[in-house]
Design a protein around this ligand. Structure first.
Ligand SMILES: [Fe+2]
Length: 404
């Protein structure tokens, strides 16, 4: 990237980073432990809420993951309405349907239970409830929600997206199929419930890909230029927890400790990246998700080592610190050796969990230019990456991740 564009990107990031100190990135109140979702009705009572809208998807609902919560709501004689039709990549139609339900039933709070999509719908419905005259399109981009949401409780059923701690809702315009984010600290859920019992039956493929998504959040935020004291410590703690627990969780999902530790890691990584951003791994993964529907975590897992290598010496110091945090090398190793060991550890994790080394003829050569342009548009100038890359440099990464 040329000197002037790079200078512009860095200045833009500095301004955003400075402005962020004046915004409230209020961390959710965390309620955790096996069976923690059943504590929510008592919490609602205590806080004076009585009519929650439950937002979930048909899979989670039919697996019975909402049952302990619903049973307790019944026991506490709370009136609730269930919207269980959340779709992957939630559309305006889906969100408006849930919002209409909330309005019709005078709901005073929202409980989103599921993966990233359910939490996105919960946030978007909350944004509409506090801005009934604004459309979702009008809230596109940064800081357009502005008003405080009704009580929003997020209950993740995977350990990866970190959406229970983030300020973004990703939605799809039903007419144009355009996917975009609504980003505002007001969307950060007031309460995150980390109930490890909900993760017992997760398929191995979801454990590996969502776990590597969490790792990508932690690594990308840690090596970027917008770290704060808190996001630095959260990211490093998330990497430690992932190193100690992801493979154990993958090998035996019934084992409680690794499961709850991974849930904690995903949460910490979520808090970290919502303030300190992600980088080119996510930008490239989003372009592949939009075009070819590649699962987000899987795309990140494959792309992460390639992008870290492309950052070269610019990321080495930070990667060496992460390497030290999980003691990958013997004492006396150089910064370069530690960084190399950290990337090799990621590749090893991928291999152990059956994640392929590259995409197998997924990316059409004729699409690369457009995909790289989209990744470039998403990442530059916003993401405070260790090394700025332009579209042409990103094109080289697309060629590496899918050698034709
Ligand atoms: Fe992600």
């Amino acid at each position: 990237m040329n000197f002037f564009v790079r200078g512009y990107c860095r200045l833009y990031q500095k301004i955003i980073n400075f402005a962020s100190y004046f915004l409230s990135f209020k961390e959710p109140e965390v309620i955790q432990g096996e069976g923690a979702s059943a504590k929510i009705p008592a919490y609602l009572h205590k806080k004076g809420f009585s009519r929650p809208l439950i937002v979930t998807d048909p899979g989670i609902y039919s697996l019975g993951l909402c049952d302990p919560l619903l049973k307790k709501l019944d026991e506490e004689s709370l009136t609730y309405i269930v919207y269980k039709d959340v779709v992957a990549n939630p559309t305006f139609d889906c969100i408006n349907e849930a919002f209409a339900m909330a309005k019709k039933n005078n709901c005073d709070s929202i409980i989103a239970i599921g993966g990233g999509s359910s939490m996105d719908v919960g946030k978007a419905v909350g944004a509409l409830m506090s801005n009934p005259k604004k459309s979702l399109s009008k809230m596109r981009g940064i800081l357009k929600v502005r008003k405080r949401l009704p009580l929003l409780i997020a209950i993740p059923t995977t350990a990866g997206t970190g959406s229970e701690a983030t300020l973004a809702a990703v939605v799809v315009n039903s007419k144009t199929h355009e996917k975009f984010a609504i980003e505002d600290p007001k969307l950060i859920p007031a309460v995150a419930v980390l109930d490890s019992s909900l993760l017992k039956k997760l398929p191995k493929k979801i454990i590996s890909s969502t776990g590597m998504d969490a790792l990508t959040h932690a690594v990308e935020s840690y090596i970027g230029h917008s770290l704060t004291k808190k996001t630095r410590s959260y990211a490093i703690e998330a990497v430690r927890l992932i190193s100690d627990n992801l493979y154990a969780f993958y090998s035996n999902p019934e084992d409680e400790a690794p499961r709850s530790n991974m849930q904690r890691a995903a949460y910490l990584a979520g808090v970290s990246f919502t303030r300190s951003y992600v980088g080119y791994v996510h930008a490239i993964a989003h372009s592949l998700g939009g075009e070819y529907n590649v699962p987000h975590g899987l795309a990140n897992a494959i792309i992460l080592p390639y992008v870290l290598k492309a950052y070269g010496v610019k990321a080495e110091k930070a990667l060496a610190r992460l390497s030290d945090a999980i003691t990958l090398t013997k004492s006396g190793a150089s910064t370069h050796e530690k960084a190399v060991a950290f990337i090799a550890w990621i590749e090893d994790m991928n291999e152990k969990m059956g994640i392929p080394k590259s995409f197998d003829h997924l990316i059409k050569p004729e699409d690369i230019s457009l995909l790289a342009a989209r990744a470039n548009k998403e990442a530059n100038p916003l993401y405070p990456v260790p090394k700025e890359m332009n579209k042409n440099e990103l094109i080289e990464i697309y060629k590496e991740i899918d050698p034709q």
